[in-house]
Design a protein around this ligand. Structure first.
Ligand SMILES: Nc1ncnc2c1ncn2[C@@H]1O[C@H](COP(=O)(O)OP(=O)(O)OP(=O)(O)O)[C@@H](O)[C@H]1O
Ligand SMILES: [Mg+2]
Length: 319
């Protein structure tokens, strides 16, 4: 079993609005409403790929009820802690005439200490039947930024594989707690490492820096694939995986689809390079759809052959 954790689950609305302009009234030409939050998106893709997954986290108020009901309708197994404050609704406006995307994310609910305790117990209980745990997305308001970090240590001690996709301070703490995999995008990695990356050498050094900070393996997604420092039979290898970028209908959630693909392949025991290839294929497939976490497995398969998976020499030791 794979567990995905979404502490800030939401109802995600994606609206397609041609010629979107600030200060005007618009009508949508297409819209999707789906339960979301990064971990939920990852769970959706994993389910579509046929992997056993259970989504957990917090769900509050009537929006929380909607999240749980909609997940159940999608036949995505879920076991959320119900909280008192209302879960978020997030809105993404996509202008198909220029591909521009505007996102408005509501402030999430605050979580009480008692609710946190319930979640902690639930996660450790679910973990007894799981092999991989994915922490994805931001933390609810007011939560200690080392919350993921504490859980990562506990789950690692239980022998689980822990994968983290978050940003800012939660990522900073998480990476130091020794997760098996972190998978930031470029902006998140730049913030973590503390400077901008100007060329491929910088990008290679960046994934290496994430290992030095404490991650066992690190993947940085880029719009045309990823850079990764992973273990192959115990030896460290640097990978550069490349795909020809495609015109995106909606790029939001590409990282979530990437992560789901990577985790699905890893759960099946495929070699690291193939896990990265499969992740990139899922990320690329997902950009053709409005709504996060939606992929067509057959189209994913068709993309695999066009993805270049190469290894790079290790960068010169830094520091
Ligand atoms: N236009 C595109 N064409 C092909 N592949 C893409 C495109 N955009 C993204 N991808 C693939 O999806 C993966 C994730 O992309 P990206 O780094 O943009 O994610 P992200 O910023 O974390 O997205 P989000 O946080 O919205 O889920 C990458 O590995 C990339 O190869
Ligand atoms: Mg992302």
């Amino acid at each position: 079993m794979i567990i995905t954790v979404t502490l800030n689950a939401a109802i995600d609305k994606s609206l397609s609005v041609p010629n979107f302009r600030l200060g005007r009234r618009h009508r949508t030409v297409e819209q999707t409403t789906l339960p979301g939050g990064k971990g939920v998106n990852v769970a959706r893709t994993l389910k579509t790929l046929g992997q056993p997954v259970i989504a957990t986290g917090f769900a509050g108020g009537s929006t929380g009820t909607r999240i749980v009901e909609a997940l159940t309708e999608e036949a995505i197994l879920n076991d959320f802690v119900r909280i008192k404050e209302e879960s978020r609704t997030n809105t993404a406006v996509l202008d198909p005439t220029n591909g521009e995307q505007t996102e408005i994310n509501e402030r999430g609910p605050a979580v009480t200490a008692a609710e946190l305790g319930l979640f902690h117990d639930k996660l450790l209980y679910l973990a007894r039947g799981a092999a991989i745990v994915v922490f994805a997305g931001s933390l609810p308001r007011g939560m200690d930024s080392d919350f993921y970090a504490g859980l990562i240590r506990e789950l690692r001690q239980m022998g689980l594989v822990v994968v983290v996709d978050t940003d800012g301070d939660p990522l900073r703490h998480a990476v130091r707690s020794g997760p098996n995999v972190v998978s930031p995008n470029v902006l998140e990695a730049e913030e973590l490492v503390g400077h901008e990356f100007n060329d491929d050498e910088d990008r290679v050094i960046a994934v290496r820096a994430m290992i030095d900070l404490g991650a066992v393996e690190a993947i940085m997604t880029v719009p045309d694939g990823c850079f990764a420092s992973v273990l192959v039979d115990g030896e460290r290898e640097l990978y550069r995986v490349r795909i020809e970028p495609r015109e995106a209908v909606a790029a939001v959630g590409a990282g979530d689809a990437f992560l789901a693909g990577y985790v699905a392949a890893r759960y099946e025991g495929r070699p690291p390079g193939e896990c990265l290839r499969f992740g990139v294929a899922c990320g690329a497939e997902s950009v053709q759809r409005l709504g996060a976490g939606l992929v067509d497995p057959q189209k994913v398969e068709r993309l695999l052959g066009g993805i270049e998976v190469g290894t790079l020499p290790a960068p010169a030791e830094v520091g």
